[in-house]
Design a protein. Structure first.
Length: 230
């Protein structure tokens, strides 16, 4: 349905990279009101067969749109401004803040302590969707909070070295929802907690968590702990 609605003409054999992005970003709902991306990330987090075997096939295809076959510095030289968050005053790549993207989620109280530890390094075991636009993240955050206030809410600020990350890409051009301005990170991306600003009243404001994104996932050890929440 996403393929038809978007009016795309991709042939699977000729353009599987763009087709994978289109399906990842699909807003079509299953019978239990979930999107495809939700099922995919659930399979990756669970890390168990049989669904994992199919999930990693799709994940590898999607990763081809996110991971460059070169070093972070080489990739930085090849990223045009429109595919990097260049700030509110940029001619292209307009974003809320330069070298920063945003994510809005629920955040249950039992996971707060994990994110309070400044300097803690970890990996996220799923595709991590962020946005150039802070308002997009706030919309998703508020939507989840409205459905289940007991799970809390958090606004995540992801900080990057300027045009220096080899496992992320802007997929807005090929997305089924281009206005989300999505900057998508690969599974097992390495993140570091820079700051945790707790909320004293979640009805008034969310928790604010500032995260530093590693330029290259190959450097840090593979044995890093995994995030308990996405």
């Amino acid at each position: 349905m996403t393929y038809i609605t978007a009016g795309k003409k991709y042939a699977d054999e000729e353009d599987p990279d763009k087709l994978a992005v289109l399906l990842w970003s699909s807003t079509e709902l299953s019978t239990d009101t979930r999107e495809f991306c939700s099922y995919l990330n659930q399979s990756l987090r669970a890390d168990q067969d049989p669904p994992l075997k199919d999930a990693v096939v799709f994940a590898r295809q999607l990763n081809k749109s996110l991971v460059g076959p070169f070093s972070p510095r080489d990739k930085a030289a090849n990223i045009d401004g429109g595919r990097w968050p260049c700030g509110p005053n940029a001619e292209i790549g307009i974003s809320t803040k330069a070298n920063v993207t945003w994510r809005g989620t629920a955040l249950p109280e039992q996971h707060l302590d994990f994110f309070r530890t400044k300097g803690q390094q970890f990996r996220t075991n799923m595709f991590l969707a962020t946005s150039f636009d802070k308002h997009v993240a706030e919309h998703f955050m508020q939507m989840q909070f409205s459905m289940k206030p007991s799970d809390g809410r958090a606004l995540w600020e992801f900080q990057f070295e300027e045009k220096n990350c080899c496992h992320v890409n802007f997929i807005g051009d090929d997305s089924a929802v281009q206005d989300e301005k999505e900057f998508l990170l690969t599974p097992y991306t390495v993140l570091t907690i820079k700051d945790f600003i707790p909320s004293t009243d979640l009805e008034v404001q969310p928790h604010h968590i500032i995260i530093s994104v590693a330029p290259d996932n190959k450097g840090p050890p593979e044995t890093l702990q995994l995030a308990p929440w996405g």
